[in-house]
Design a protein around this ligand. Structure first.
Ligand code: ADP
Ligand code: 5GP
Length: 221
């Protein structure tokens, strides 16, 4: 490029807490995985759970699989930022990794249910962006749960039975995405992240940037 100077402009901002929820099988883990594997710069908050590990899951990557006793110890020592019982198992968000990421201005993604989303919204409203994923139909939700083929018939039945009550919470979220076409849902998520990063109140560095901008006096040419 000629006729101008360019520099990399970094404006300091607060970390984003991207919370996604959906009834089981609507596709939130798939969308989350695609986002985490992309260049968008999000890291996953790895929850603790007392649920049994699925064949495809890795301890420490998808969840920290722990006993009920260990869960209760973490919960009672305030080591969890939020926790809930979902489909008969305990799930919770370890506090320390989130607080570190937020203080360093890094963005985190939370795959948690409506109870957890509500707790994070109550505690950290300014940092939370909550997204609810809906299936295109209940028939498709059911077939996705079967296609995933990682749960027993009994577990699938419990999850389907709970899905209507979960969907009732859609109004508590900032954005709603209907996951019909996966690529489209993924692009919608990216658009949300990009827009939310630009919000004025999330970018305290703008004060310095604008002050310096206004102090600059270009030489007339
Ligand atoms: P959740 O995390 O919400 O329980 P998953 O991400 O595990 O759901 O998705 C459930 C199943 O549906 C998986 O087999 C996944 O590959 C599939 N799936 C996800 N999104 C779509 C989509 N848009 N179209 C078809 N299948 C999908
Ligand atoms: P799954 O057993 O399918 O991995 O998850 C079941 C439900 O628990 C999903 O709705 C998922 O988002 C939710 N979940 C996972 N981790 C957490 C967590 O740390 N806290 C809360 N509140 N829910 C969680």
């Amino acid at each position: 490029m000629s006729g101008g100077s360019s520099k990399n402009i970094t404006i300091q901002r607060r970390g984003l807490m991207l919370v996604i929820s959906s009834p089981s099988g609507a596709g939130k883990s798939t969308i989350a995985r695609n986002l985490l594997e992309s260049d968008i710069g999000l890291s996953l908050s790895v929850s603790v759970t007392t649920r049994k590990r699925r064949p495809s899951e890795i301890d420490g990557v998808h969840y920290h699989f722990i006993s009920v006793k260990e869960f209760e110890r973490l919960r009672d020592s305030d080591a969890l930022l939020e926790w809930a019982e979902v489909h008969g198992n305990y799930y919770g968000t370890p506090r320390e990794p989130v607080e570190t990421a937020m203080s360093e201005g890094r963005d985190m993604l939370f795959d948690i249910d409506w109870q957890g989303a509500l707790q994070l919204q109550e505690k950290m409203r300014a940092d939370v962006v909550a997204i609810f994923i809906l299936p295109p139909s209940m028939t498709e939700l059911q077939s996705r749960l079967h296609r995933r083929a990682e749960d027993t018939a009994e577990v699938i039945a419990t999850r389907l039975a709970n899905s209507r009550a979960e969907i009732e919470h859609w109004r508590e979220y900032d954005y709603i995405i209907v996951n019909d076409d996966l690529q489209h849902a993924y692009e919608s998520m990216r658009a949300i992240v990009c827009s939310e990063r630009l919000r004025r109140d999330r970018r305290p560095g703008l004060f310095d940037f604008v002050r310096e901008l206004l102090e600059e006096n270009p030489v007339l040419s």
